[in-house]
Every structure is written in C-alpha cells, then in structure tokens.
Design a protein around this ligand. Structure first.
Ligand code: FES
Length: 159
C-alpha cells in the first residue's frame, strides 16, 4: 500500500530545523517504506521541506550506503568484508547466506523478505566475523548459526 503524500510529509516535519535533520528525515522515510528505499518523490519531499536543491538531497542519499534508491527487501543483511572479519571467515558467512537465501550479494529474495549486501566495516571488529540485519549486530557468527537466525526473521514475518 502506498501512503498518502501528506502522511509522508507529516512524518518528517519534526526533523526540520534539527541538527542533522535532513539525514533523520531520510532515514525515517526509508524505514517507513515497505520496500526499504527512498523514491524520487521522497527525495523531492525532503528537498522541499528543508529548502535545498533536489540535487543536494540526491548527493546525500547516494553518498551514504545505508540509503537506497531502488526497492529492497524488508530486512537488509549486511556482511562485513573488511580484513578483520575476512580473516576469521566472513567470506564463508557470505557464501552460506547466498546459499540459504538463493541470491547473490546485492540481490533480494523472491519473497521480498531479505536483501543481502556485502559492505565495509560495521564498526564492531571486536566481534568479527559480524553481520547486521537491519540495525541489529550479530557477532562471533558461524555459518552453522545462520539457518536459525534466518528462521527467526521468517517466523516474525509470518506472525
Ligand atoms: S572489520 Fe568487520 S566489523 Fe569491522
């Protein structure tokens, strides 16, 4: 279901005038999007609300890897590929996720539940190898833990 434009607009009014308000507004709009992305209408809305050119908002959105401009899955799985995670098995974790989800990194499952992304450091190197699902970190992960972890999210989606 697509939300009415005035509802989307009201969601970000609170951020106008706040330090970092534009980023907060973009994050709010993306997190409220069923397909986990920022549409051209969202970009124009933010530009209008914050009184900045559309190109500036596009520049911001494309700079930060946490924002997307194309539809994604309901849950975003990010697998760190930097050296500290790589040396303790991140590539095995990524390969196992690709196998379980039947997609390659960058892809979205056919049911729209998961998007899998390979990314740089998640800032939790002390618990390498690490992944994030949405904003939750899973560290010291083994590929054997993945089926149960994915099952939790699938069960939640069916509830
Ligand atoms: S290198 Fe993987 S979380 Fe920092």
């Amino acid at each position: 279901m697509i939300e009415a434009p005035n509802k989307r607009s009201a969601q970000i009014d609170v951020f106008v005038g706040q330090p970092g308000g534009m980023l907060k507004a973009l994050h709010a709009l993306q997190s409220q999007s069923e397909a986990n992305f920022l549409s051209p209408a969202d970009i124009k809305l933010v530009a209008s609300k914050f009184g900045v050119p559309v190109a500036k908002v596009w520049g911001t959105v494309t700079f930060y890897s946490l924002f997307a401009t194309t539809p994604r899955g309901r849950h975003i799985i990010r697998v760190c590929e930097n050296a500290p995670c790589h040396v303790v098995g991140a590539s095995d974790i990524l390969a196992a996720l690709e196998q379980h989800l039947k997609i390659r990194a960058g892809g979205t499952t056919t049911d729209g539940l998961f998007t899998l992304e390979a990314t740089s450091c998640l800032g939790v190197c002390g618990v390498a190898p690490a992944i994030m699902i949405d904003s939750t970190v899973y560290g010291n992960l083994t590929k054997e833990q993945l089926p149960a972890l994915l099952a939790e999210y699938r069960q939640e989606a069916q509830a």
